[in-house]
Design a protein around this ligand. Sequence first.
Ligand code: DGJ
Length: 731
Amino acid sequence: MSCAYDAESGLFTIHTQNSTYQMVADEHRYLLHLYYGARTEGDLRYLVTYADRSGMCASPHDVQDRTYSLDVLPQEYAFQGGGDMRSPLLVVRDAHGTFGCDLRYVRHEIRDGKYALKGLPAVYSDTEDDGAQTLSITLTDARLGLEVELLYGVLPKLDIITRAAIIKNAGAEKIVIKRAQTACLDMVHGTFDAITFCGRHAMERRPSRRHVGHGSLSVGSRRGMSSNQYNPLMILCDRDATETSGRAWSMSFVYSGGFLAEIEMDQFDQVRMQMGLTDEQFSYPLKPGEQLIAPEVILTYSNAGLERISHNLHRCMRKHVCRGPWRDRPRPILINSWEAAYFDFNGDSLARLADKAAELGIEMLVMDDGWFGERKDDLRALGDWTVNEQKLGGPLRQLADYVNSVGLKFGIWVEPEMVSEDSDLFRAHPDWALSIPGKDPVLGRDQLVLDMSRKDVRDNLFEQLCGILDQANIEYVKWDYNRSIVDVYSRLAEDQGRVLYDYVLGLYDLLERIIQRYPTLLIEGCSAGGGRFDAGMLYYTPQIWTSDNTDAHDRMTIQYGTSFGYPCSSMGAHVSACPNEINGREVPLSCRGTVAMAGGGFGYELDLLELPERACEIIKGQVKRYHEIEHLVREGLYYRLSSPLTDAIAAWGYVAEDGSEALVSAVVMNVEGYGVANYVVPRGLTRGALYHEEYSDTVYAADAIMDMGIPLPVGSAPYMSRMYHFVRIDG
Ligand code: DGJ
């Protein structure tokens, strides 16, 4: 059993294989956080200190004890109104406009299996014997008639604990939820670093590591999407934590809209880490009987460095967030028309691209933007999901059938949540776009955002999308989203403070309907590259276009950063043309292949018909190699063997869970003068074993190469790359 309650002490204890989480409902019925760390037994209440820390630390009236203040004590669900002046998870305004609540424990329940959340993505338990459990703890505020159900989901074998909160108005008057975050983790002491993942369009998720000091350090998104700028993944770790040593805790938000992740050191050097919905442009009214779900946060803990955090998250995301048949299948190697032709294609040119792709062993043609309505550039036609048969030279089925006939699958691009002002949809339904009456709307890429909180809008999109998907054998969809939400106003909403949240629920509703109707469809998420690379989207789309930046050099850092929280199986990564269209960099095709093969959504995004014969031969070799190693990329344990941001070489590896096989890739990033030899040092191989390296036909002792490594050729040019495929010699 993972979850336990001791009625005498009020202790709640959650065990996973390597971690323990403990809290207590104390004699005042406040729920205090006690511990989240290495697996242990016993009563950990001694960790909390009680002292009179001056009248500046307020105490609840009924407690009558100056040593007891919520401003100091570690909270399990920090709320505004009880005297805790640190950053709260919950802020409630009552019917009279007054702020302030007081949440106390009333009941709990422990049940087998992992909870699900209505209308929201959540980690799921895959098999009946994975030992998953749910702990539900209910807190109430008697004055407000407010109930907060804290949900804890436990996947013990994966060292994963999830949290969510259901905030219910069980009273008689309307209340407004002004802030509804999901989880906090209060540390009574420690010297920490915070790692966040920051960037911009075409340069996403660069790790940013900072010391935690007094005050608050936060990242988030007010864009209506999780964003290219800040990812909803945050790690707190010991200041000296490395890939393989030190303690670390992470939070990942299973949500694709705006968020806030914060780390605050308080007046007594205690640290609170928290994550949840952003409160900007948020105020959620709850009438009596209504509820709001604070979306799920995934927690994991490691006392063996950052690598274990990533392993835990990868295992969880791969098998307990991603769903559908493609979760466990090799994904087709694709050729995408975007960087190959942008808007400049027709049915005939796509057919030629498919012919060439087939010759090279590529398995799917994706027709990107530009195939519908009057969409000849990015100024128009979003919302008009009708096939431009003139451009394609016939019906969609004709093209798809042709592509299938040369042995390729066929896929299309869509951007359903958007509308162009120059579109039939907008002309017919201008009120379907989010825009504020009397204010000129703010454009992004010359487009507006559809009001996904409206069911009629979603119904229309569902019908339009089905109308396309039913026309031909479409086996893949790239679901794009190319701007932030600025104007938050829905014509139908009673309160505009709920629109951004309801938008995200609307998006999930539409995706779910599509998945239910087309259960074998592979959907790749995309948002101006990697603007919605989050666990929420992974629940619907098992792969996500990692970035619009396809330059191999930059991609190594983007994929490196992404790997902290997300499995390689989920990363779309393509080989594109040189010089790269974003930054002009030249990288050899072999290296571009090595870097793109690091993702589970491998493919090409360049005009294959322009390539010289030599390049075609290299691509054939890459396709063959990807088939040999993709199972390791998709299912292996991932190792960051160096940092492409700071080290002379970038190196990364994947090891089968049973250690029987491994793939290691290395790229020379930086060269200096003569002679320094760079060594690739793998991790995760079976100690004491010998491995056969397939490409060089060499036998290596695992212990030796995990200690001293393997030298790369001295004097290698920048972007020289190597892949090593190790197969353990058993018996
Ligand atoms: C943004 C995506 O990230 C690109 O890959 C491409 O699909 C374009 N949109 C198409 O407009």
